[in-house]
Write a protein that binds this ligand. Sequence first.
Ligand SMILES: Nc1ncnc2c1ncn2[C@@H]1O[C@H](COP(=O)(O)OP(=O)(O)OP(=O)(O)O)[C@@H](O)[C@H]1O
Ligand SMILES: [Mg+2]
Length: 236
Amino acid sequence: MSELLVTEDLRKTFGGIHAVDGLDMAVEDGELVGLIGPNGSGKTTTLNLVTGFLSPTAGRVVFDGEDVTGRKPYEVSTRGIGRTFQISKPFGRMTVFENLLVPNVSYGVREREERVWQVLEELDLAQVAENRADALSGGQKKLLELARVLMLDPKLVLLDEPAAGVNPALMDEIIADIKRINDRGTAFLVVEHDMSVIKELCERVVVMNAGRCVSTGTFAEIRADERVREAYLGGA
Ligand SMILES: Nc1ncnc2c1ncn2[C@@H]1O[C@H](COP(=O)(O)OP(=O)(O)OP(=O)(O)O)[C@@H](O)[C@H]1O
Ligand SMILES: [Mg+2]
């Protein structure tokens, strides 16, 4: 395995707040990694730094052997990083099908439509293809976001709280979808507060506290780590 994504001493300050404060972490090719930590520990900021939605104050982001620090979001996505948002943002007045035609993929019109149907079937959304996106349930909106990301054939997908607002039955389906897509070689970095989802899904977990990585390992390993307990209890 080789390193697909690396952050080196990554930092982001907002005024006096050190949101990301010297983060060193990596995702290997094809890995399925969880990113956890208390509220405000810098998880979403990290995703924004990796995807170019924010520019770091210092440090580097290396993706697939290339320094992508400070690149624009579209430059990062064309290199193979897809992401979803903590709050889903589909184009509400467009249909599910139309939402999937939006990403700027390199195929022609016909291939693009074929690819849309493939992705819709893969995620069991074909039956709602003609529905307006704002009529979907919370969980289906999350699936639609994942579908949009898959249109770009990413090497790495960053998910910000895929389980938030999703009913447990649909979450089981989403977990199965992520595992299946991962089996075909797509790496994932999943930010999530629901530990049952992290336990079920992730081969390895990275734990952040106050903008840094404080522990990494399997779910069992990090759960047994004193530094992780301290982080969640707000201790030093
Ligand atoms: N645009 C911003 N301007 C100012 N402060 C910000 C901004 N974005 C994030 N922060 C601050 O940076 C810190 C890290 O926030 P971030 O959203 O990355 O945390 P998080 O780990 O994703 O939390 P949660 O689990 O609640 O989603 C917090 O103190 C937050 O208030
Ligand atoms: Mg967040």
